[in-house]
Design a protein around this ligand. Structure first.
Ligand SMILES: [Mn+2]
Length: 351
């Protein structure tokens, strides 16, 4: 039996509010989800697990209708979901009174935190959020009850305010597989046994790296699970090193080329490192306009021309300061100390 494990879809989110690509990204999240449903159907997955935060906030009725329609297009796949801390079950949540398609099973936790699917030889256990934060380690108390040969835990959380758990406690509980959500970075905590699928699409600039879902195969030999990259785009940390002779134009050209190489759809967080010449601070506003640039941080240091400085600031505190560091053979550390002092002196002049 093939199963798909997705989490943290965050439908309804519009990442990077205020940036030109924000709206498009909101649509991409829906498109990505629709593609994933189709994929599950094509691969004849028996089970489609959603480990919480299908929605970014309380779902609207029309959004539930859309999602339910998508679910109904893969009638041979059983869909099991829990609510996470973002789409938690408010008393008036549409989740609770929605007429779901026959293949959809919601672990809202009214009576029993378990759905049995005998035709798949599988039982799925799970607990939904009924509030934004839950600090009790609820998942520590769920144990497989040997109702079916395959027993899966569907869980959301793992940090201090969101159902904390200990991976060793989960491991000892003896589930065939624990499908986790909440942490947006995909991670296999215990190979083939306990995994975060990660967000299907990155939801904010800190969701670096690849995103997608987990595909698992249950057989008599047990479970095998692997991460499948599926997101439309990634946030990429892009360090770039500048030298004394780097100019604004040469830097922009280098960055444009790098971003083209790494994919023009991706979103970049640029960090400028290295050294720039005196008086050639880079215009980060212009770099922001180069393409999908999410942020620019300039960590480059100024290389000072000591003679020019002394000429320019003759008779001032700066000249006196530079004089003390004059001459050949300064160690790297002394050069650094000098540069820090210079930065402070220049900054105090600007005030
Ligand atoms: Mn969450």
């Amino acid at each position: 039996m093939i199963f798909f494990h997705a989490a943290d879809i965050h439908l309804g989110a519009e990442p990077d509010k205020g940036f030109p690509w924000s709206k498009e990204r909101g649509q991409e999240i829906w498109d990505s989800f629709r593609r994933l449903i189709r994929q599950a159907g094509e691969e004849k997955a028996g089970l489609f697990l959603i480990a919480g935060d299908l929605f970014h906030r309380q779902p609207l009725m029309k959004e539930l209708k859309e999602v339910n329609y998508l679910f109904s297009t893969i009638p041979d796949t059983k869909i099991v979901l829990i609510a996470g801390n973002h789409d938690y079950l408010k008393r008036e949540s549409y989740y609770l009174r929605f007429p779901w398609a026959k293949n959809v099973f919601c672990l809202w936790g009214e009576q029993e935190p378990c759905v049995e699917l005998p035709e798949l030889g599988t039982a799925v256990y799970g607990i939904s959020y009924d509030r934004k934060e839950i600090t009790d380690p609820l998942y520590h108390h769920i144990k497989p009850q040997r109702r079916q040969p395959i027993e899966i835990l569907l869980a959301h959380g793992g940090d201090k305010n969101h159902i904390p758990f200990d991976r060793s406690v989960l491991e000892r509980a003896g589930f065939s597989y624990a499908a986790l959500g909440h942490i947006h970075k995909p991670e296999m905590l215990v190979k083939d046994k306990i995994a975060y699928a990660g967000a299907l699409e990155p939801i904010d600039k800190n969701d670096l790296g690849p995103h997608g879902y987990i595909k698992g195969i249950c057989s008599h030999g047990g479970v095998r699970a692997e991460f499948i990259s599926a997101a439309c785009r990634s946030y990429i940390l892009l360090p770039v090193k500048v030298k004394e002779n780097t100019t604004q134009f040469s830097l922009e050209q280098a960055l444009s080329r790098l971003m083209k190489e790494k994919g023009e759809k991706n979103l970049y967080r640029i960090v400028i490192k290295g050294e720039h010449a005196m008086g050639t601070e880079f215009d980060t506003e212009r770099i922001m306009k180069l393409g999908n640039v999410r942020e620019v941080i300039d960590e480059s240091h100024t290389v000072y021309d000591k003679e020019a400085l002394m000429r320019q600031y003759r008779g001032s505190l700066i000249e006196a300061y530079v004089k003390r560091f004059e001459g050949e053979g300064l160690s790297l550390r002394e050069e650094k100390a000098f540069a820090y002092g210079m930065e402070a002196l220049m900054a105090s002049r600007e005030e």
